[in-house]
Design a binder for this molecule. Structure first.
Ligand code: ZN
Ligand code: ZN
Length: 394
């Protein structure tokens, strides 16, 4: 029970723990603060797979944090449960071995097994066309930073789960789920240009250096370094490439240069897609993006207690918000009309839905902010419509 309590602490989003630490100040509650700090540091450690098995191993799937439990058929088909439902089924009906869930050897087998399967999932995502169609989303950024780690296809889980099924013959589902999450968490921080090399760790682990190669569109980088946590799979199966210090890596997808001129093709550099927006617009979009992220975190925290249709409504609103923000970044002509609708929709929803656990002053601030934003885009929209009417009149 105590272990489970600690686990829940560690699972809190890093930002909310940080906010609580700041709020709680320095004074009297030192023990409580130390516990919080410990939970926070443990959370950071898990990003690097620095994990104590006894605190993160569960006897039963029911002890695994709530978001992974199957509650009904909708969860099995639509949400996170869909990724592991087949795994549970195979384990329950066809398992060949009964490994004790609390033995260290089961833990290590699960860690290595999940990473081995990840290598093949990832390799298939690059080498099988239909799987590449979804995985290319992760590779479409011309930047290389931690945010790229979060840039994943909506269908990633559905396309990958089959590759993990062989593990269901011997690894208990709870351990599989736990390690699949640690494996994914580990892969967030390796998307960075800041860390050049990690010395001897480069031989065993997938590091920022190796993953930079994976994201490069240079010829030597293509279809290389598929590993998740360990790079040994690439070394074993012949897909390993070391970063070349004398060749700058161009991140993103391979560019199909529209030219037949061989000289032009020798010298042309790919132009980076970067729409120049005024500073106020960048600040506006940044603030609204933060509001969307905050809203998503709130939803993630309480979605189990909400009606599934309300959750679906919020999810659609979040996707629509990100799409509109992206269209404003693209400077699309009708993006301001969509942004106006988005702001108005939030104001309407805010007035109709009773957010019981949120304090009203902050809701009022959000509402005023969205009304002001809506007003601004209303004026912009009129301008756009006038321009388009003039063009049609010609
Ligand atoms: Zn990839
Ligand atoms: Zn990546």
């Amino acid at each position: 029970m105590d272990n489970f309590h600690l686990h829940n602490n560690g699972c809190e989003p890093v930002t909310s723990v940080f906010i609580k630490l700041v709020k709680e100040g320095t004074g009297n509650e030192n023990i409580f603060l130390n516990e919080k700090l410990l939970g926070f540091l443990k959370g950071i450690g898990r990003m690097f797979y620095v994990v104590n098995p006894s605190e993160t191993t569960f006897s039963d799937a029911k002890e695994v944090p709530e978001f992974f439990r199957n509650k009904g058929y909708s969860d099995r088909l639509l949400f996170r449960g869909a990724e592991s439902y087949a795994y549970f089924y195979v384990y329950e009906h066809f398992r060949l071995l009964d490994l004790a869930w609390n033995l260290p050897i089961t833990w290590y087998l699960a860690a290595i097994g999940v990473d081995f399967c990840y290598y093949w999932v990832h390799r298939a995502c690059h080498e099988v066309h239909i799987l590449w169609a979804q995985h290319q989303v992760h590779h479409s950024s011309e930047e290389f930073n931690v945010a790229v780690g979060l840039r994943q296809s909506l269908l990633q889980g559905w396309c990958g789960f089959v590759f993990y099924l062989p593990l269901a013959f011997f690894i208990p589902p709870a351990l599989f789920i736990t390690h699949q999450q640690f494996n994914l968490l580990y892969q967030v921080w390796i998307h960075t240009k800041t860390i050049t090399t990690l010395g001897p760790l480069e031989f065993i682990f997938n590091t920022p250096q190796h993953h930079r190669v994976h994201h490069g569109s240079n010829i030597y980088c293509l279809d290389k370094n598929y590993g998740g946590v360990l790079i040994i799979w690439d070394r074993l199966f012949g897909t390993f490439a070391i970063e070349k210090k004398d060749e700058e890596i161009i991140y993103g997808l391979v560019f199909n240069n529209p030219s037949f001129n061989p000289l032009h093709l020798q010298v042309v550099a790919r132009e980076k897609y970067d729409v120049k927006l005024p500073l106020w617009c960048n600040i506006y979009l940044l603030i609204h993006f933060c509001v969307v992220v905050y809203g998503f975190q709130k939803l993630a925290g309480c979605h189990m207690s909400l009606n599934p249709f309300t959750v679906l409504g919020f999810v659609i609103y979040i996707i629509a918000s990100l799409t509109t923000i992206g269209m404003l970044f693209d400077n699309r002509p009708y993006a301001c009309v969509l942004e106006l609708l988005r702001c108005m929709l939030l104001v309407t929803a805010n007035q109709r839905i009773n957010f019981a656990d949120t304090d009203s002053p902050s809701l009022l601030i959000v509402e005023v902010f969205f009304v002001m934003s809506g007003l601004f885009w209303f004026l912009q929209s009129i301008k756009v419509l006038q321009i388009s009417l003039k063009t049609k009149g010609h």
